[in-house]
Ligand binder design. Sequence first.
Ligand SMILES: Nc1nc2c(ncn2[C@@H]2O[C@H](COP(=O)(O)OP(=O)(O)OP(=O)(O)O)[C@@H](O)[C@H]2O)c(=O)[nH]1
Ligand SMILES: *[C@@H]1O[C@H](CO)[C@@H](O)[C@H](O)[C@H]1NC(C)=O
Ligand SMILES: *[C@@H]1O[C@H](CO)[C@@H](O)[C@H](O)[C@H]1NC(C)=O
Ligand SMILES: *[C@@H]1O[C@H](CO)[C@@H](O)[C@H](O)[C@H]1NC(C)=O
Ligand SMILES: *[C@@H]1O[C@H](CO)[C@@H](O)[C@H](O)[C@H]1NC(C)=O
Ligand SMILES: *[C@@H]1O[C@H](CO)[C@@H](O)[C@H](O)[C@H]1NC(C)=O
Ligand SMILES: [Mg+2]
Length: 407
Amino acid sequence: MFKSPYITFLVGILLSTYYYFTYDIIFKKSRHDIYNPLVKNQPKLASNQYLDKVFPYEDRRQIGKENATIVMLVRNGELKGALQSMRSLEDRFNRNYKYPWVFLNDEPFTDEFMEQTTLMASGETHYELIPPDDWQPPYFINETKLQENLRKSEKDILYGGVRSYRNMCHFNSGFFYKQERLLNYDWYFRVEPDVEYMCDFQYDPFQFLRENNKIYGFIIAITEYENTIPSLWPTVESFMEDHPDLLHPNNALEFLTTNETSLNHYMDMIPSSNKYNLCHFWSNFEIGNLNFFRNESYETYFNYLDKTGGFYYERWGDAPVHTIGLSLLADKESIHHFEDIGYFHAPYLACPSSKDVLSSKRCVCQPHQSEEVMNRTIDINVYSCLPRWWKYGSGKRFLNEIEYKRQ
Ligand SMILES: Nc1nc2c(ncn2[C@@H]2O[C@H](COP(=O)(O)OP(=O)(O)OP(=O)(O)O)[C@@H](O)[C@H]2O)c(=O)[nH]1
Ligand SMILES: *[C@@H]1O[C@H](CO)[C@@H](O)[C@H](O)[C@H]1NC(C)=O
Ligand SMILES: *[C@@H]1O[C@H](CO)[C@@H](O)[C@H](O)[C@H]1NC(C)=O
Ligand SMILES: *[C@@H]1O[C@H](CO)[C@@H](O)[C@H](O)[C@H]1NC(C)=O
Ligand SMILES: *[C@@H]1O[C@H](CO)[C@@H](O)[C@H](O)[C@H]1NC(C)=O
Ligand SMILES: *[C@@H]1O[C@H](CO)[C@@H](O)[C@H](O)[C@H]1NC(C)=O
Ligand SMILES: [Mg+2]
């Protein structure tokens, strides 16, 4: 008879101990309201629980000393590719510098896109909506003529029938550097979804460019499809006639116009119907000075091209437009070939040739060992214009200009 209150008491103690600890866990969680994966003894997150976007322990303050940002123009639907590129660049370079990221889009970014990319970045992130006037065709474009050309180009021209691709190339040619957020910076590093950086950087490329009086750096130089730009070169020739004063005395015109076949190791010249040899810096990788593009001379050049309607009545790419602008208006010595970074954007790979560079910079690529020609380093391979840059651009250097740091 007197046993039962005793048992009730015991059960009571056990239950309240149980509730005390359970409550404590729930209480602690609700008190802090942030799941911190570094702390043990928290209930694990379930699929319907969410964590605070900014981890409390993350210090996003910039370490690199340059006035610079990384820029990605990207669609919400490309989130996975964007994360892959970010992962690669953060691991290989930016986690040691924490430069900010600027994301540009013609549509508002989704919460998911912003959350995931912020968590992937080491530095601050900014999300910008492109003003419609910077994205849509300008007022002087004849809509009927544009639509006729889109229909006509669908079959034979890469992305020929895609209207947004023309907006994208037009934007990258004449508007990205004017976006309000980018006015805060001198330097940009362009990144696309689904690319990979094959080697550790071990130095700050922005600092390298600034200290060596460079304004632009590229990795891959190849030939353009001529059917995307039939009237580009004739337009450039009349630009040069009308504005001879804008041409830099030490320009790289010869890089664009020489055509001796001896520089093409694995094929003949790609035929061209005019003096342009179709060579261009592959602009999905660029590190450059925004003030070059914001300067009056590039502005005059871009407007001259834009007025002809070629971005919409043909399918001019931003790569040849940037390249021709740089080659004509800038000192060729101010353009740099980054031969030591290693980079893949389908279908081309750039990979350093030296075994010691490959191993000390922890590269993951084999420059010459692929059976597949397309997957060997592009340097002197089919379609590459690099030998022409070595001969007619700023030359090939045999002394290393860079001080690498172990990281
Ligand atoms: N916001 C936005 N970004 C775009 C659009 N079209 C292309 N882009 C971005 O512009 C850049 C170039 O587009 P891509 O589709 O990569 O073009 P590409 O490099 O010539 O071709 P692939 O990479 O082979 O598809 C990428 O960073 C894309 O994410 C668009 O309509 N809206
Ligand atoms: C627009 O282009 C179409 C087709 O090329 C042409 O017939 C029309 O006259 C043009 N309109 C204007 C206003 O120039
Ligand atoms: C960074 O560059 C921008 C654009 O040139 C300039 O307005 C700004 O003052 C610079 N910031 C610093 C800290 O130098
Ligand atoms: C090179 O250009 C010259 C002059 O434009 C032309 O006559 C010649 O056929 C070209 N050579 C090649 C290999 O394309
Ligand atoms: C900017 O443009 C002016 C005039 O067009 C030119 O004289 C100057 O050299 C340019 N500066 C740069 C950095 O390109
Ligand atoms: C080249 O390499 C890439 C990346 O490793 C791979 O996705 C692609 O299938 C390869 N292409 C060929 C033709 O071997
Ligand atoms: Mg791309």
